[in-house]
Design a protein around this ligand. Structure first.
Ligand SMILES: [Zn+2]
Length: 204
């Protein structure tokens, strides 16, 4: 394990904040996986920054899990608060989705990435650069988190049955959006974003 050497200022700021809150951002290199391990308080990402599991958005995402794991331990109200914020944001999400992607509820799971890439970027998902692919995936996995797998795509439905997993992903995605400068995601998820800013002490 080694300490992450963050090149990006927003990640540096976030890593410092996370460290202040008792999270030690650590990494072990591994292939084709990225995750936060609660038992060892360690963030695991792929070595290659061009890899899906080594991208800066992924580092930010896993740091978000690390921060929330340690924040919620002495603050168990966090789960209910995040759940309520997600519910509050869902109306805004649905009106955005209805406007941009008519019939999005009926698009098959395997076609969602392509459909969203076409609607948002007028380009095929696989032709998009990493930040845009991450953004499409962030939207789809977050829709899945809010609806516990009824809509969206990303983690499988069985994953969302675990208590607190949707809330965990909400904050990991908020962290990812924050570090990526995805102000759109943070605006449409404004209740979750507000909770995130207040509790981490970060500023928009
Ligand atoms: Zn996650």
């Amino acid at each position: 394990m080694r300490r992450l050497g963050f090149a990006d200022k927003r990640i540096t700021n976030y890593a410092e904040t996370a460290a202040t809150l008792g999270v030690a951002p650590m990494v072990r290199t591994s292939k084709n996986r990225a995750f936060y391990q609660s038992a060892t308080k360690s963030v695991h990402i792929a070595k290659n920054p061009n890899d899906w599991y080594g991208a800066r958005q992924t580092i930010a995402h896993e740091l978000g899990h690390a921060w929330l794991d340690q924040y919620a331990s002495p603050n168990p109200d966090a789960w209910r608060e995040i759940r309520e914020a997600m519910k509050q944001d869902w109306a805004r999400w649905q009106s955005w989705l209805d406007r941009l992607i008519p019939g999005w509820r009926n698009i098959g799971r395997s076609n969602l990435h392509e459909a969203f890439a076409q609607h948002i970027y007028q380009t095929s998902f696989h032709a998009l650069p990493m930040p845009a692919r991450k953004r499409v995936s962030r939207i789809l996995d977050y829709i899945a988190a809010i609806t516990r797998g009824r809509y969206g795509a990303g983690h499988p439905k069985s994953y969302w049955a675990n208590p607190t997993f949707p809330e965990h992903e909400a904050i990991a995605h908020a962290t990812e959006a924050y570090v990526s400068g995805d102000t759109w995601w943070l605006q449409i998820s404004s209740a979750v974003a507000e909770w995130f800013y207040q509790r981490t002490g970060l500023t928009p």
